[in-house]
Ligand binder design. Sequence first.
Ligand code: COA
Length: 333
Amino acid sequence: MSRAAVLTGIGAMVPPREVGNDAFAERLATSDEWIRTRTGIRKRHMVDPGTSTSDLAVEAGQRALKSAGRDQVDLVVLATATPDYPLPGTAPDVASRLGLDHVPAFDVAAVCAGFVYALATAAGTIGAGLTDRVLVIGAEAFSTILDPTDRGTAILFGDGAGAVVLERGPADAPGALLGFDLGSDGSMADLIMIPGGGSRQRSGGAPPDADRAWFTMQGREVFGQAATRMAESTRTLLKTIDWPVESVDRFVGHQANVRILHAVSDLIGLPRERAVVHLDQVGNTSAASIPLALAHAAATGQLLPGHRVAMSAFGGGLAWGSAALVWPDVVPG
Ligand code: COA
């Protein structure tokens, strides 16, 4: 039997507190109308004080394991840009709280592209014979790093977590990951960053001031990069696995802005209706974005067993990644 990585379960969660666009209009120079028409976002969910990324990851992980009918895995890979602490990694804590004692567990830091990077890493360990079953989680408490006074970023992001179980199986099984395309361009790192708190800043001798600890993004430049990179990466992937663009039933792109999803669809020549849209409900949830969109689409019947699915993500780094699979018969946990 070939050693493909096959998706056998999926789970997702968002914290209960909903924040509508009007909440920003009350305190920033913005409006529900601007946010809806420029981004497509209607609301997002945010953690309450005391709740962190690991709490969301544990819940999504439990749901994915339930969906797969499993209670053990060989590895946990957690994609996040908002770990509970600068160190240690958050994945070991998540694994312990899931009862997965002593399994290897580590974080992947590729910001909004993190889930696809984590998926590729996990699939690689299965292909290499290191593991037979992996829990891959994308989780973010992104609201915790947003500058509440910056209307250019505060309105865009939300919190949540999604997870999948990958298991060793045949390459022709539904759910088998059929290929990846990954890339990065660090020359544009300054477009999306938290300037303080890392060694670049701390080598000056002190922890960061509050004004250097917030997330920053140059939205207009990022918009163009996001559309171009996701389109190029998706095209490359489809060529590698020999899928004509028109054969893709669902495009699950990083949920940052509905106008970016439309731009990518137009650039690759796919009807816009095939792009799954979930950002209206949850905003940009960074590394949780793709698994949350997959789970939502599967739960609402937009994604059906047998559908050809192309996913593509883009974010800080810059880093981007795409992956493809035929959707399996799984029920989100
Ligand atoms: N409410 C009202 N006005 C706003 C605003 C807000 N929340 N945010 C920005 N504006 C203003 C700007 O200040 C600017 O005003 P000016 O013309 O007086 O300078 C105007 O709207 C247009 O700004 P611009 O940045 O060109 O808007 P945009 O149409 O590009 O939309 C984003 C801004 C952030 C929504 C958009 O650029 C975006 O989605 N970027 C990509 C995000 C992304 O892909 N992230 C993925 C990686 S994590």
